[in-house]
Design a protein around this ligand. Structure first.
Ligand code: PMT
Length: 401
């Protein structure tokens, strides 16, 4: 049965040109079996008429232009209670700010404040407004409260600027809604540690060695694990992606810091997934003062091996624990990954060839092969979020075996 069947999705529409794309979203949701109600702000009605949404949703579109204000109280409570999911598309900087502050001064913000349903926000605005510190702080506040975001995407904006600010495509929003509606809670009661990001090995106060890990892969797993009911501990090195809200975040700098954080916490965890990219080597000497340039002279730096965090966790593995590692390879993907699987005493290794476009570092997709002692499962290119769920499915299957 479709995840949409019999579910009520309330679609909030705010004033932006992307509101025309919300017509397709409403129509898609209905075609897939959802009951759809639309709530529009006064500004939204300037872009698309309520009649359009009424026709597409087959329900009256609720707006702020009330003929009979006495229906206000009843209607906002009724929709807030009826919603299985609340989506705001497009969401302006204004509605995001109102939700972050708990302001309820119109039909949409009032209904949002009253609802207990999961909420998905698809922002659309000018790049400057999206990147403004105030907006980003509001987004962070909402994320911490468990609100989900999709987009905005980059590209040419209606205002003529280029950058992040375009609303995600209706099909992508519908897919995200489907994922949220099908919400499995199969990690309930399990504590999951996930490592993400790059370590830094310091040469002197201004120089360090690192890699391109953005944290996207580890964060996608953390987000998926949280949504599936797991208690998530995120151990993160240096990252550029938005950090998901989880039970606990431990920040680390070097591989040795990662080693301490992970080995100290591993004993408390049921599942440990190591997507971080720790440096295998560090400088033999780390200088207190900035190294001076020696004109005309070669600089030879000696490096020593760092501890292998995953191997250490593998050595201290407790009964009932499931250990997952990643293998970032540039050649002989499967052979190298299999060697790491056994050397690090892992239950599962996620092998990715980081030279292939659409895979590996700092992209939103990955191409991976899931390898266990029993066999291997090559997967096509998919979003890191989708891969995260495939990894968690595999972990649960291994635990049930
Ligand atoms: O963060 P993104 O930009 O999304 O990029 C994702 C990713 C490419 C970083 C991720 O998909 C990935 O492949 N992570 C593993 C990177 C890595 O260090 O691979 P490795 O083959 O060198 O290490 C194998 C395993 O041992 C990994 O689980 C790693 O975390 C771990 N390791 C490595 C070195 C070390 N000293 N200690 C470790 O525990």
């Amino acid at each position: 049965m479709s995840a949409f069947q019999g579910k009520t999705v309330v679609v909030g529409v705010t004033g932006g040109i992307a509101a025309y794309k919300t017509c397709t979203l409403v129509s898609t949701l209905r075609k897939r079996g959802a009951l759809v109600h639309v709530v529009m702000t006064r500004n939204a009605t300037q872009f698309v008429t309520p009649l359009t949404f009424e026709t597409l949703s087959n329900h009256p579109a609720v707006t702020d232009t009330f003929a009979r204000p006495e229906t206000w109280e009843v209607e906002h409570v009724a929709l807030a209670k009826a919603a299985d999911l609340f989506v705001i598309a497009p969401a302006t900087a204004n509605i995001i700010a109102k939700l972050a502050c708990g302001i309820a001064d119109d039909m949409l913000s009032t209904t949002c404040l009253a609802t207990k349903a999961p909420m998905l926000i698809a922002p659309a605005m000018n790049t400057g407004m999206w990147t403004a510190e105030a907006t980003q702080n509001n987004v962070e506040t909402l994320r911490r409260r468990g609100v989900h975001f999709i987009g905005p995407e980059g590209g040419l904006l209606a205002c003529g600027d280029t950058g992040a600010g375009r609303m995600s495509e209706p099909e992508d929003i519908a897919e995200e809604i489907e994922r949220l509606l099908s919400g499995r809670r199969d990690l309930q009661g399990l504590r999951v540690m996930i490592t993400a990001g790059a370590t830094r090995e310091r040469l002197d106060p201004v120089r360090f060695m690192t890699n391109d890990s953005s944290g996207k892969m580890g964060f996608a797993i953390a987000e998926a694990a949280r949504e599936r009911g797991g208690e998530v501990i995120l151990v993160k090195g240096h990252t550029t992606a938005a950090v998901p809200s989880v039970s606990r975040v431990i920040e680390v700098d070097s591989t040795r810091d990662l080693y301490s954080a992970v080995t100290e916490t591993a004993g408390e965890c049921d599942i440990i997934i190591q997507a971080a990219a720790p440096a295998d080597y560090r400088f033999a000497e780390s200088h207190e003062e900035k190294l001076k340039k020696q004109d005309g002279q070669e600089l030879v730096l000696r490096m020593v091996e760092n501890p292998d965090v995953a191997a250490a966790v593998g050595k201290m593995k407790k009964p009932g624990q499931t250990l997952v590692g990643f293998a970032a390879e540039t050649q002989s993907l499967e052979a190298n990954a299999k060697a790491k699987l056994s050397k690090k005493n892992l239950d599962l290794i996620v092998a990715n060839d980081v030279t292939v476009p659409g895979a590996g570092f700092n992209v939103d997709t990955n191409i991976a092969t899931l390898i266990t002692a029993e066999g291997e499962e090559p997967l096509p290119m998919m979003s890191k979020r989708e891969l995260a769920d495939r990894i968690l499915d595999k972990v649960l299957a291994l635990r049930d075996a």
